[in-house]
Design a binder for this molecule. Structure first.
Ligand SMILES: NCc1[nH]cc(CCC(=O)O)c1CC(=O)O
Length: 308
């Protein structure tokens, strides 16, 4: 008898879209019917906490803990995540074993009256609860009023309609996966507004040594995305001492060469340090870790003390 492959995911519309994309790619790669899969929705602490910034509530692991428990207890066989939400350290026995081809890694600007951040009037309100986006907005436009904005994409759009803010910034990848690219009024350039490590890439977590699952996923794994993510996650891991330091990092692969740009920035957007690195794509993790050492040295340890 054939058992179904259980795909674990959060229940938000974006998470479900990502789980369905994973299912569709597995069906196509292995000529399997939809019935060979079951999507199992798991509620996480991150979904339930709505009243404060996640960086205060405990950070990234909040979106993954319950899903990882289900994986370890064999209630699911694979877990589909936004790589950006994944902590750099995974529980014993689990690994990120595949990445789907990356979507656009850029942030998207959604404005009501103004189409782009440069067109907002002095003092306009921009909604974001991401420390990185808050800092980058303040670096570009210190005059703007950055207001707390949480909830899933639909909630945030409702808040825009209600006038709680004049604009917001979200990952273009998520909007595209939800079929909402038409609401984007501008795209933030990678150099002025670098994305979070992992942004735009779907990562698939599995039990280490689950050979059957590993073989199935090998057919849908995207090698350049995996290399870019290895670099970005090594950069993050080497800097992650405090989740209160806004960190950006983005790697691209072209012709076997990896190019990485990373940034750390003070939450008020007045102090930042950048690093650029290049090397063979096969050295992705080394390049990321090395870039972290470079930017740490540039910034000095004092930089991390201020808001840790
Ligand atoms: N923290 C929530 C989250 N995690 C991943 C995405 C977007 C999709 C992606 O980056 O792959 C989002 C929403 C957003 O930042 O707009």
């Amino acid at each position: 008898m054939q058992t179904t492959l259980k795909i674990g995911t959060r229940g938000s519309p974006l998470a479900l879209a990502q789980a369905q994309e994973t299912q569709a790619r597995l069906m196509a790669a292995h000529d399997m019917p939809a019935e060979a899969f079951e999507i199992v929705v798991i509620s996480t602490s991150g979904d339930r906490i709505q009243d404060r910034p996640l960086s205060e509530a405990g950070g990234k692991g909040l979106f993954t803990k319950e899903i990882e428990e289900a994986l370890l207890e064999r209630r699911i066989d694979i877990a589909v995540h936004s790589s950006k939400d994944m902590p750099t350290l995974l529980p014993d026995g689990l690994e990120l074993s595949a990445f789907l081809p990356r979507e656009d890694a850029r942030d998207a600007f959604i404005g009501k009256a103004a189409k782009a951040i440069a067109d907002l009037p002095q003092g306009a309100k921009v909604g974001s609860s991401s420390l990185r986006r808050q800092a980058l907005i303040r670096r570009m436009r210190p005059d703007l009023d950055v207001v707390m904005f949480r909830g899933n994409v639909q909630t945030r759009l409702r808040k825009l309609e209600e006038g709680i803010a004049d604009a917001t910034i979200l990952a273009n990848a998520g909007l595209k996966r939800l079929g909402l690219e038409h609401i984007v009024t501008d795209l933030m350039p990678l150099d002025l507004f670098p994305p979070a490590p992992g942004q735009g890439a779907i990562g698939i977590e599995t039990r280490i040594g689950d050979r059957h699952v590993e073989k199935m996923l090998a057919a849908i794994h995207d090698v350049p995305t995996g290399q870019a993510l290895a670099c970005e996650r090594a950069f993050l891991a080497a800097l992650d001492g405090s989740c209160r330091t806004p960190i950006a990092g983005h790697a691209m692969i072209s012709g076997g060469t990896l190019s990485f740009a990373g940034l750390i920035i003070s939450p008020d957007g007045t102090d930042w340090h950048e690093v650029k690195a290049q090397g063979p794509a096969g050295d992705a993790a080394l390049i990321g870790a090395d870039a972290a050492r470079t930017v740490r040295t540039k910034a000095g340890e004092k930089f991390f003390d201020g808001w840790a």
